[in-house]
Design a binder for this molecule. Structure first.
Ligand SMILES: *Cc1c(COP(=O)(O)O)cnc(C)c1O
Length: 459
């Protein structure tokens, strides 16, 4: 009986559990993207043995795991066998999401990746960067080299929390398509390079392969925020990035039920700090140690709701991207519009880079995402009168600070997502007072264009 097993025997049980999981991962890796999204590694055998034969992955509303005996408790808590122990450390519902997402983020490659689900995109960024910014007196003072075209909250986390509060230098790359600018900023003190692909809101992108190569010359990781692409379009790990994180609150949880972060890392990342165990399997290490100690866990209900949305990711991204291209083309041709930022437009400055990196998975179709930004023509530079009239006249499209939802959402970024940055910083990040971000949902494109047309007529 299990009650009589010794600690050594429990460790052996643990080895069999690991081998069984690896077999299921191997089977899943032989499948296509949509199949993995639908099933992950949860199969009928697993359902019948472990989950009361339920066809869907269950929500475990429970704080802690029951152990057979003290030997199992001891082996589990010493991390000598797989166990989830306590919901701050992990929860089986969250594990279903993590296992599926790791497979999708590394899809189409031999890369082995591990994923950790967290309470928000911002907490995923925080716990991904904490271990890379630790004190190390053998190195020069730490600095971060980051693209300047990033989400307002990320700017805030770097500029206020890291720089002002912790004294960590932040070096901005103003044109992330210029490799020289990245090279000039990086040095022996740099702990990681950071970029958003594409950036929120103006869809700035960069050549992931080149920037990853530069990072690796300095033995540091490249971290990419791929929230506005998703693995259905761009999987930065396949192009050399080491760590990818998502605000899964957006397209991944597109029904809009939850705030979620997903941190995924390849095995064996480069880093100037941290021990070999950390570098060998970064996301797993973060989950075992700092995540446990700091506590930014995700509620299991949110994990399962996110997993349900994730299953249909590719088909939604395909449709939303086609709609976003149509909407962009309509806006670009409109006489009241100054600029449209959308990677799928020929006028987009980095269209060639977009072509290289943004493809609908399991197809040859270039697909440029659901998000675009539009600047209306104003009477004076720096004005936002017309943008506001246009924005206030929208009837179907929702006014909110959100994106990646099944419903189309529009945002005036200078007074919302990028407010805290201040005017000078906004100018440098190319967010104008008139910039309106539009995140296309799954509605019919003609209805969206109709709404935009009537709103532009009002100005
Ligand atoms: C929303 C967003 C974040 C922050 O994620 P939360 O889930 O809201 O914490 C980070 N990066 C990008 C690009 C985002 O759009």
């Amino acid at each position: 009986m299990n009650e009589n097993l010794t600690k050594e025997q429990w460790i052996q049980v643990g080895r069999e559990m690991i081998a069984h999981r690896e077999r299921r991962i191997k089977i899943a890796r032989g499948r296509k993207f949509d199949t993995i999204a639908a099933h992950g590694i949860y199969d009928p055998d697993e359902a019948i043995k472990n989950n009361n034969a339920s066809i869907m992955e269950p929500v475990y509303l429970t704080p802690a795991q029951v152990y057979h005996n003290s030997a199992e408790l001891e082996a589990g808590l010493a991390y000598e066998m797989p166990n989830w122990c306590y919901s701050r450390y992990g929860n089986p519902s969250n594990t279903f999401l993590e296992e599926t997402f790791a497979l999708l983020e590394s899809y189409g490659s031999e890369i082995e990746a591990t994923c950790l689900a967290t309470s928000s995109g911002m907490s995923a960024l925080r716990i991904a960067t904490d271990p890379l910014l630790v004190k190390d007196d053998s190195l020069p003072p730490p600095n971060i080299v980051s693209s300047y075209q990033i989400y307002g909250g990320t700017y805030q986390q770097f500029w206020v929390r890291r720089r002002e509060e912790q004294g960590i230098e932040v070096r901005w790359v103003f044109d992330p398509t210029d490799l020289n600018e990245w090279s000039e900023k990086v040095d022996e003190g740099t702990r990681f390079l950071f970029g958003e692909f594409p950036s929120n809101p103006i869809c700035s992108i960069f050549d992931i392969e080149q920037v990853a190569r530069l990072a690796h010359q300095y033995q540091i990781p490249l971290i990419v925020d791929a929230t506005c692409a998703s693995p259905a379009l761009t999987r930065p790990l396949l192009h050399g990035a080491d760590i990818v994180y998502h605000s899964a609150s957006k397209i991944i949880c597109s029904s809009g039920t939850s705030i979620v972060g997903l941190l995924t890392a390849r095995k064996n990342i480069p880093s100037r700090v941290g021990d070999d165990e950390m570098k060998a399997d970064f996301a797993a290490w973060v989950k075992l140690w700092p995540f446990r100690d700091n506590g930014p866990g995700l509620h299991p209900i949110a994990a399962i709701l996110t997993l349900h949305d994730l299953r249909t990711l590719r088909m939604k991204v395909a449709q939303m991207s086609r709609t976003a291209l149509k909407v962009s083309q309509f806006l670009e041709d409109h006489p009241k519009v100054e600029t449209v930022h959308y990677p799928g437009l020929k006028s987009f400055p980095a269209h060639d880079i977009a072509k290289k990196y943004m493809k609908l998975v399991d197809s040859d179709e270039n697909s440029y995402g659901f998000m675009l930004a539009v600047d209306t023509k104003e009477d004076h530079p720096g004005d936002s009168t017309k943008a506001r009239q246009f924005y206030d006249a929208l009837q179907l499209i929702i006014r909110a600070t959100d994106l990646g939802k099944v419903k189309t959402v529009a945002t005036l970024n200078a007074i919302s997502t990028h407010k805290q940055q201040g005017e000078e910083a906004r100018k440098l990040s190319l967010v104008r007072p008139s910039t309106c971000r539009i995140s296309c949902g799954i509605e019919d494109a003609d209805d969206l264009i109709g709404d935009l047309e009537q709103a532009l007529d009002k100005i």
